[in-house]
Design a protein. Structure first.
Lengths: 203, 203
DNA sequence: GCGCATATAATGTCTAGACATTAATCGCGA
DNA sequence: TCGCGATTAATGTCTAGACATTATATGCGC
C-alpha cells in the first residue's frame, strides 16, 4: 500500500490473482511468499467433438455401436471410480467427420445420477452432447495417454493396427456422485490438444 | 444486490469468479449471460520430469545427445514461432529413470532471450530444469498429440518402431520474446497427463 | 430512412474503513 | 524447560460510495 499508494483491497486483489496463478503462496500470520516450485500449469480446453468438427466445416455424425444396461462390474477397473454399485448404461460409438471415422468412444453413464439417460435414444445423438446439456457436472478428471490401436479399433478408425492414438479418459461427478466415464480414442494425426497459459495481468 | 442484500463489490467478485470459470460471459451494456457452450476446460499440470521421477522414487538422469549453436532456420517450422531470426542453441537429450529411457526431448533455446544458456553445460543437467530457474516465462503454449515412434526414437526409448508415444510440444515466451521450444516424446505406457477441474466455490 | 451525436445501462476498478479468521509468537506460571 | 493462554500480524471478506469505460440504444437533423 505504501509503495504503490493504493488501498489494501487493491493490493489484495492483485496478490489474490498472483496466488491463483500459483506464483505466490499465502499463509496467515506468516505472510505471502514467492511459490517455491513454479509448477507448470496450463488451461486445457477439451472441445465438444461436434463443435470441433463443425469448426472445420465438415459434417459431424455419431454412430452408435453398442448399447447395454447392466450393473457396474467390479472388474470395470477405472470405471469403478464412478459409483460403488448400481446400474449403468454402457455405450460404444463412433464420431464421424465428413463420413470418415474421427474417433471412438466407450462410455458408462451412471443411471442413479442421470436416470433420464435410460430412455434416451443415442443412435444418432452423441451421448456426450446430450449429457453436457442434461446432466451438468461439477468436477471432472481427465487422463491423457498415447495408446496403440487394437485390431477392432484400428479397423473402425481406418488406421493401421498398433497405430498411435490419443486416448482421453474423463470422469465427471456432480456433487460427489459419479455421472459418467468416457474413454475416447483419436488417431494421432487427426486430433491434438492445445493448452495455453498466460498469468493474470498479461495483456 | 437486492436479492442477496449485499454490496455491488461482493456481487461483482462472485460473478467475476463465474466468468473466469467460463460459466457466464460479461458484456458491457448488454449484461451478463450464462455462457452458451459450456466449454470443457481443465487445469493441466505439466510436471518437471526430474521431480516426477523422484516422486516415483527412481533415480533421475539426463543424457545429452547433441548440442549445436546455429541460426534459426526458416524450415524449422513449428520452432520458427520462437523468433523471426537469430542464433539458437539446439539440444537433444534423453531423460532416464532408474537407468532406463523415460523420454526424449529436442529443444531450441533462443540465445537472444536467454544468452546465459550459451556457456551452460547441459551434459548432465536437464535444460528444462535450468531454464525453469534462470529464464522464467510469462506465456506458454502446449500441443499434445500421439505419434508413432520413428526408428531412431524407438531405439533410444527401447520401444518397438511405430510404438505409440505421447508428444508434448511447448513454446514459451517472456514478454513477447520467444524463450524456448521443446518437443518431448514419451512412450505411451510410461507417461500420462492428468488434468482436474473443479469450478470455484467447490470445497 | 440514414448517419451521427448523445444518453444510458451495464461492467470495471478503486478507496477507506470495518470486522472476521487464523496461525505464529510471546509471556507467564508451574 | 515445558505448556498454555493471550497477543498479534498477517490474510479474508464485506460495505457504501465514487468514478471510469464501453457497447448499445435513443433521438435528432437531414
Amino acid at each position: 500500500m505504501a509503495e504503490y499508494g493504493c488501498a489494501r483491497m487493491t493490493v489484495h486483489k492483485a496478490i489474490t490473482a498472483l496466488a491463483s496463478a500459483g506464483l505466490v503462496t499465502r499463509n496467515k500470520r506468516a505472510g505471502t511468499l514467492v511459490a517455491k516450485p513454479p509448477v507448470v500449469t496450463a488451461v486445457l480446453e477439451i472441445p465438444d467433438i461436434a463443435a470441433l468438427i463443425a469448426a472445420r466445416s465438415e459434417v459431424y455424425e455419431f454412430r452408435l455401436l453398442s448399447r447395454e444396461i447392466r450393473p457396474l462390474r467390479a472388474e470395470d477397473g477405472a470405471e469403478a471410480a464412478l459409483a460403488p454399485h448400481g446400474e449403468v448404461l454402457a455405450l460404444t460409438g463412433a464420431h464421424l467427420a465428413g463420413g470418415e471415422p474421427f474417433g471412438l468412444e466407450s462410455r458408462i453413464i451412471n443411471l442413479a445420477t442421470a436416470p433420464e439417460a435410460r430412455d434416451r435414444d443415442f443412435t444418432v445423438e452423441a451421448p456426450g452432447s446430450w449429457l453436457l446439456h442434461h446432466a451438468p457436472w461439477t468436477d471432472a478428471r481427465h487422463r491423457i495417454t498415447a495408446v496403440a490401436a487394437e485390431a477392432t479399433q484400428a479397423r473402425r478408425l481406418g488406421v493401421a493396427r498398433g497405430g498411435a492414438c490419443l486416448q482421453i479418459e474423463r470422469w465427471t461427478w456432480r456433487a460427489g456422485a459419479g455421472v459418467t466415464f468416457v474413454r475416447q480414442l483419436f488417431p494421432g494425426d487427426r486430433y491434438d490438444l492445445v493448452a495455453e497459459f498466460s498469468p493474470p495481468g498479461a495483456t
